[in-house]
Design a protein around this ligand. Structure first.
Ligand code: GLN
Length: 249
């Protein structure tokens, strides 16, 4: 039986708006195709994980407070994480975790939370605490060969600058910054995004992209994923896309 290994970082600190659902959806769509998902978790105080031994690393969103606590711990693994990224391990990073892979996150009070500096974007919160990018969001993205509308929910004060390879073009909502045209960060083996939702439950194309990518890398052969019955998922997506179009007018 084929198997993918996933490392879930800081499940007790980075888990907003159902981010854990992303792992459940990966597992669900893998098991439907007879692929096993082995899940390990890491949080502060646990033994040092071997990042390179995983196929997927996942980390979710978190409030500024949690980010400042765990940033120190995360940075201890900077070199190991960088090596895993360079080797092609897949990283799915939502919101707070997205920010921590950049240069730094500057909080509302001007406090600097250092990032891993694996990517050269940076994030600064808007000084007005009440001003946040909150609400539903739709972006248009191309992952692998597939063009898809990605639906999610964003809630961030952080404004992310210097993104050279965004995940997608904003059709509805804010994106990397207030009223931005672009959202997220994407390279072959990294999806970093502000989209909660959870992201993967609303976007089967993204889930299947990640599964295919990881299978091809691990087993060194073209992954042809069996098509699943996504009738309900597609109906739900259609409904949401129509709703947001209406709201937009
Ligand atoms: N604390 C960060 C911000 O407000 C991230 C929030 C989140 O992960 N939803 O920008």
């Amino acid at each position: 039986m084929k198997e993918l290994k996933l490392l879930y970082l800081y499940p007790d600190m980075l888990e907003l708006y159902g981010d854990y659902g992303n792992i459940q959806i990966l597992k669900y769509r893998m098991e439907k195709r007879g692929i096993n998902l082995k899940l390990d978790k890491y949080s502060i105080g646990d033994p040092k994980p071997d990042f390179s031994s995983y196929d997927i690393v996942f980390a979710g969103g978190g409030a500024d407070n949690e980010q400042s606590i765990l940033s120190e711990d995360l940075i201890k693994y900077k070199e190991n994480i960088k090596k895993a990224v360079d080797e092609g391990v897949f990283f799915l990073l939502i919101c707070g975790a997205y920010q921590l892979f950049g240069k730094y996150y500057k909080g509302v009070e001007g406090n600097i939370i250092p990032g891993l500096e694996i990517f050269d974007y940076y994030t600064e919160a808007i000084e007005d605490r009440k001003k946040r990018c909150i609400g539903n969001i739709v972006i248009e993205a191309k992952v692998g060969e597939k063009e898809t509308k990605v639906i999610g929910f964003e809630n961030h004060g952080g404004q992310t600058f210097d993104i050279k390879t965004p995940l997608g073009k904003v059709l509805y909502g804010n994106g990397n910054k207030f009223e931005d045209k672009e959202e997220g960060f994407f390279i072959n083996n990294v999806i970093a995004t502000y989209l909660h939702g959870p992201l993967l439950s609303k976007n089967p194309d993204i889930t299947d992209y990640i599964i295919s990518y990881c299978l091809e890398r691990k087993y060194n052969e073209k992954a042809i994923l069996e098509k699943l019955d996504d009738t309900l998922e597609e109906k739900c997506r259609e409904q949401l896309l129509n709703e947001f179009k209406k709201e937009n007018k």
